[in-house]
Write a protein that binds this ligand. Structure first.
Ligand code: ZN
Length: 260
């Protein structure tokens, strides 16, 4: 463990939803993003961010914290944004910093009503799902990124939904593997190829098996050119997991090119 890691682990507030909100307000101000309260008048508001003015280029959808017990995803997205204000100003972006702040505060996967929101994108009657769908309507995304963590994983891996063209997943995992190696073994009965679970077809069958619509499949079926779900192993050091999410997002932006 080096001194950066030791300092981070001693001081982090990775389940503090209030602190998170303050930090994102600051990002929004500096990157000229509009910050919208999607849900929650009192405690634990859910927020979304998007460009205040129209921007040309490749749209990016970024989300974290739909499962509240996956704090590295939430912290990684924030730290990446704080380091990339210029990029946020120059490309069309939609960001959901933490879709389940109640879960983050309580270290729970599900929301306060016991629902798995990542199996609920076919239920617009659930207030937060309806609010997300409204917030992103009329927007096209080159890449949709959902950041997650997995308690059963022994390394990083990625689900990649893509229609055609080059896979991004392999390149992205190569960038993060010096921090945490790739997962080895099965994931949900399948063996990822070098950590990449690439899918192009048969998505409705997956939705039926999962008994609910995940965020990434919804976005892909509704026009995102590719959808990436990145997973870090929950039992590794929080510091390293956060660094993986930062490196992964840097890689995504690198690979899809400039916004203009
Ligand atoms: Zn998750």
């Amino acid at each position: 463990m080096d001194s950066d890691e030791r300092a981070y682990l001693a001081a982090h507030r990775s389940h503090d939803a209030d602190q998170l909100l303050k930090s994102w307000r600051s990002v929004a101000r500096k990157a000229d993003l509009q910050i919208v309260r999607l849900l929650g008048g009192g405690g634990d508001p859910v927020i979304g961010l998007r460009n205040r003015h129209p921007v040309q280029g490749n749209g990016l959808y970024l989300s974290a914290g739909i499962h509240g017990d996956e704090p590295a995803a939430v912290q990684g997205l924030l730290q990446w944004a704080e380091n990339n204000l210029q990029s946020l100003r120059e490309r069309p972006v939609v960001i959901f910093p933490c879709l389940n702040p109640w879960g983050l505060s309580n270290n729970r996967r599900e929301d306060a009503e016991g629902r798995d929101l990542n199996r609920s994108f076919d239920c617009p009657g659930i207030p937060i799902i309806g609010a997300i769908l409204d917030f992103i309507s009329e927007r096209d995304f080159a890449v949709a990124v959902s950041l997650h963590e997995d308690f059963d994983a022994n390394g990083t891996y990625v689900y990649e939904l893509v229609r055609q063209g080059k896979s991004l997943g392999e390149d992205l995992l190569e960038r993060v593997e010096e921090i945490i190696p790739r997962h080895r073994g099965r994931v949900e009965g399948m063996i990822p190829k070098s950590g990449v679970m690439r899918r192009t077809r048969g998505l409705m069958k997956i939705v039926r098996e999962l008994v609910g619509m995940p965020e990434s499949i919804h976005l892909f079926l509704n026009g995102a050119r590719s959808a990436l779900t990145f997973e870090t192993p929950s039992e590794y050091s929080l510091y390293r997991r956060v660094q993986c999410h930062i490196r992964f997002l840097e890689g995504v932006v690198d690979l899809i090119g400039p916004g203009g």
